[in-house]
Design a protein around this ligand. Structure first.
Ligand SMILES: Nc1ncnc2c1ncn2[C@@H]1O[C@H](COP(=O)(O)OP(=O)(O)OP(=O)(O)O)[C@@H](O)[C@H]1O
Ligand SMILES: [Mg+2]
Length: 429
């Protein structure tokens, strides 16, 4: 037994110097790993004319060689002192996944051979082997390697092409929608700004009414300032979201608690000018449910739908926001497009339970069929000039798509409007 990790000097002449000048047509490299001198020598003689040979007398040397040279195929003895052939196989595959490995076996059990095949060995030969058999096995391994190599390089080219195409498409999309994005930023920031302006008016009024700010008045001003600060952070969040989008950096959304967002929504809507004398009811969800969506995005979706519902008519009316957790997927038959119903992002919807269902319902005038078809077109509005930009629902659509949610709208003139949002959720026990 020879367990030395060195390349035998007697055979080094048959091994090409990897640092030397490149032959015209590079020969494939074959690694031979055996701790017995006899088989090593005979394999060298058989293959020295056809391949660059790397020869190792034990596993450690084989790994070392694989770290230094690109290897096409290897012939590895299973039974060796020190590192076993199966361990060498595992290490070779980890270093060079496309290397083809033929195992040499003597008295191994079927289990050992099976394990080697499972680890990616391409063939196994019983010792002693005849020259024709080993030549054929190595030639097949070399052929397999060059095929795998070709597939890998084609795959890499394809991936590079795909990502280039994707980038180009994204650039075009951004260029095309740039104007819309800028308008969306202004639209989204307008919500928090309206609320900030409302709080500032209240503060001004209170400050103007009293000589000195103390006690209850001081507390009230402090509270309003806190709320203003919160809205200012909302504005910053919104602008970050769009900046990330323009830079094409999707920010990974954290899990958000639904009832916390509903509390924020209640606070925002109660001071929103469109609330007026309308009756607004927001019903929290009974379970402790979370969503994987940016908190500002979720509040933006709800705010847009709620403000639309509150603004649907100047006559006092009711708006109800109700949240429920669905413990089974939504029945697709429930989504029917028609003059009084629209469904958005059904195809991109991750319809797997649990799902959060939020409905925003009003008993306003309802939506006529000719308006139903245009609802999500950017800049479409039926509001008087200066009152609406027509971007609210286009933004809702985009945010829901990003969150893999779905939107259903049911409305008939004279029968009010119901917006249903479905979003993949997580219920905390
Ligand atoms: N609950 C609703 N009841 C009646 N009509 C609605 C309702 N929600 C939306 N609409 C109709 O959809 C149109 C588009 O809504 P969208 O939110 O996109 O823009 P907007 O509300 O007009 O403008 P902005 O959102 O910028 O204030 C509205 O102008 C209105 O005609
Ligand atoms: Mg709107």
């Amino acid at each position: 037994m020879n367990s030395s990790a060195t390349l035998s000097p007697s055979i080094s002449a048959g091994i090409s110097d990897p640092g030397g000048p490149l032959p015209e047509r590079p020969r494939p490299t074959l690694l031979i790993v055996d701790d017995e001198e006899g088989p090593r020598q005979s394999l060298r003689v058989v293959f020295k004319e056809d391949y660059n040979l790397l020869i190792a007398a034990d596993g450690a040397r084989a790994v070392e060689l694989a770290q230094q040279h690109k290897i096409n195929a290897a012939v590895v003895d299973i039974r060796m002192t020190g590192m076993t052939g199966t361990e060498v196989l595992e290490k070779l595959k980890a270093l060079q996944p496309t290397v083809e490995v033929i195992m040499l076996t003597a008295y191994e059990t079927v289990d050992t051979i099976r394990r080697a095949l499972r680890l990616g060995a391409c063939d196994y030969l019983n010792k002693p082997f005849d020259i024709a058999t080993i030549r054929k096995a190595v030639a097949t391994a070399m052929e397999r390697h060059s095929l795998t190599d070709e597939i890998c390089s084609n795959n890499q080219k394809l991936q590079a092409l795909q990502s280039e195409l994707h980038n180009q498409k994204l650039q075009e999309e951004i260029a095309r929608t740039r104007g819309e994005i800028y308008a969306s930023i202004i639209h989204d920031i307008n919500g928090p700004l309206t609320i900030i302006s409302g709080f500032i008016q209240i503060i001004n009024q209170r400050v103007g009414e009293c000589q000195r700010l103390e006690g209850e008045d001081l507390e009230m001003v402090k509270d309003r300032l806190r709320r203003i600060t919160r809205q200012v952070s909302n504005c910053i969040d919104i602008s970050h979201r769009y900046l990330n989008f323009m830079r094409q950096q999707g920010s990974a959304a954290a899990w958000i608690n639904v009832n916390q967002i509903l509390d924020d929504l209640r606070e925002l809507l109660n001071v929103h000018p469109s609330k007026g004398s309308n009756r607004l009811k927001i019903q929290a969800v009974a379970e402790n449910v979370e969503l994987q969506i940016n908190g500002t995005d979720f509040i933006q979706i709800l705010l847009n739908l709620a403000v639309n519902a509150l603004q649907s008519t100047p006559t006092p009316h009711a708006v109800d926001i109700v949240c429920k957790v669905l413990h089974a997927p939504v029945d697709a038959a429930q989504f029917q497009e028609g003059p009084h119903e629209r469904v958005l992002n059904n195809e991109g919807f991750k319809n797997a339970a649990p799902i959060l269902h939020v409905s925003v319902c009003d008993d306003g005038p309802g939506i006529p069929p000719e308006v139903m078809t245009k609802l999500f077109k950017p800049y479409f509005t039926t509001k008087p000039p200066g009152k609406g930009t027509g971007l609210g629902l286009a933004i809702v659509q985009r945010l829901l798509k990003e969150a893999r949610g779905c939107l259903q709208i049911q409305s008939k003139p004279g029968e009010g409007t119901r917006f249903h949002i479905y979003l993949p959720a997580f219920v905390k026990r």
